[in-house]
Design a protein around this ligand. Structure first.
Ligand code: 3PY
Ligand code: MG
Length: 255
């Protein structure tokens, strides 16, 4: 028996803390995976990753014994399929603002009849020790996660409809874009009191639908708060913060 998948761990109720890597270099992702993170995500939306760096970084992360996730660019559902073919266990789609967006995301990430994912998972089979095509076909829709980012006022208004789309495994809350859209473009204030209501609402609705709630923060206290209100998967980063925090700690040790 292999290790439980990320999907199985989350469905069993475990809390998961993920690294979040913007630097397009496999060694950075692998180094993060060798720390105590449960998982490592590669960011193609605001991070600098491209398909080749994602392909190499997924290999590094899995080589270090951890599952990999990929956040694709906005609307790039072709990359969502490719990330799964490259061995990612979770794909995160930013700015899923409607049921149509959610359905297009499912179409790209789930094999028929649930979706329209095209066949070609050779690299995933090799990296994830999936013995054959039949096993992949029987398990992939269950064992890989399609996580839709709910991070705008528009998306919050239809969060129940997004969560009801069969094949959406969970929602991923982005506090910066939430604050940007809830303030009508006036500010980016991911920890402001007035974004708390939508932040709580998203987790509560995910729980009501029996789906996974995910969130992003660089602050451990905030991560605990997110856990307390129902977010099970918290991504922490980006990696520039790991470097800056480490350098600061080293130099403070000199004083
Ligand atoms: C946001 O906070 O908007 C995010 O997308 C976090 O990555
Ligand atoms: Mg965002």
């Amino acid at each position: 028996m292999g290790k439980p998948t990320l999907a199985a761990r989350l469905r069993a109720g475990e809390l998961v803390y993920s690294g979040w890597i913007a630097t397009p270099e496999a060694l950075v992702a692998e180094t993060a995976a060798r720390q105590a993170f449960d998982c490592v995500c590669l960011d193609m939306q605001h991070g600098l990753h491209d398909p080749v760096s994602v392909m190499r970084s997924i290999g590094g992360v899995i080589h270090a014994g951890k599952p990999a996730g990929v956040r694709v660019p906005v609307g790039d559902f072709a990359m969502a399929s490719r990330a799964l073919d490259m061995g990612a266990e979770a794909v995160i789609a930013p700015m899923v603002n409607s049921v149509a967006d959610a359905r297009a995301f499912v179409a790209a990430t789930k094999y028929p009849p649930l979706g329209e994912r095209s066949w070609g998972p050779a690299r995933a089979l090799a990296l994830l020790d999936i013995p054959d095509a039949a096993t992949q076909l029987a398990t992939a829709n269950r064992d890989t996660l399609a996580l839709a980012m709910v991070e705008t006022r528009q998306a919050v208004d239809v969060v129940d409809d997004i969560l009801a789309v069969d094949g959406i495994d969970g929602v991923f809350m982005g506090p910066s874009d939430l604050s940007l859209t809830f303030s009508d473009g006036r500010e980016v204030a991911p920890t402001a009191d007035w974004v708390d209501a939508p932040i709580r609402h998203i987790a509560a609705r995910a729980g009501a639908h029996g789906k996974i709630a995910c969130a992003f923060t660089a602050d451990p206290k905030r991560a605990r708060y997110f856990n307390d209100i129902g977010y099970q998967f918290v991504a922490m980063g980006p990696d520039a913060i790991y470097l800056a925090t480490g350098i600061r700690a080293l130099l403070e040790g000199l004083r």
